[in-house]
Design a protein around this ligand. Sequence first.
Ligand SMILES: Cc1cc2nc3c(=O)[nH]c(=O)nc-3n(C[C@H](O)[C@H](O)[C@H](O)COP(=O)(O)O)c2cc1C
Length: 147
Amino acid sequence: MKILIVYGSTTGNTAGIAEALAERIGNAGHDVTLLNAADASAEGLCNGYDAALFGCSAWGTDEVEMQDDFNTLFENFDAIGASGKKAACFASGDSSFEHFCGAVDVIENRLSGLGAVIMEEGLKVDGDYSGNKDDVDAWCDRIIEDL
Ligand SMILES: Cc1cc2nc3c(=O)[nH]c(=O)nc-3n(C[C@H](O)[C@H](O)[C@H](O)COP(=O)(O)O)c2cc1C
């Protein structure tokens, strides 16, 4: 299957998770495209893919603010062609913040509203991939089963 992974990441933590997911899904025999949100445009983003994974860190204090590059993409998210697509969300965050990995919930809700089929509850990682390999890999394996 053709899988799209799009991520927005400022310090590289969500990017590291995205790379690990891409490698594992690729090793399972799927054709994976990994895209930094800074290089993505919303129009028809999901076209030609069987499933899409979206990763985005949160940077607000009182309320959820999405990572800058992903936020730009999100402004035109209606145009990505999400209807009927399998999708799931992930992020690195810091559990000391009130809205731990809050962007995951925001994006997931928007995807549902656009008619996407959410494969799994979003993956929320406290810190980076290296400290959470087992959780990330287990989530990834469930996604692979859902494809
Ligand atoms: C000003 C500020 C606000 C933040 N807000 C949140 C937040 O609301 N929720 C959260 O889980 N993490 C929050 N974080 C932590 C970052 O999201 C976290 O360091 C994350 O790993 C960054 O991922 P990235 O490198 O992929 O951008 C915040 C960090 C800063 C400095």
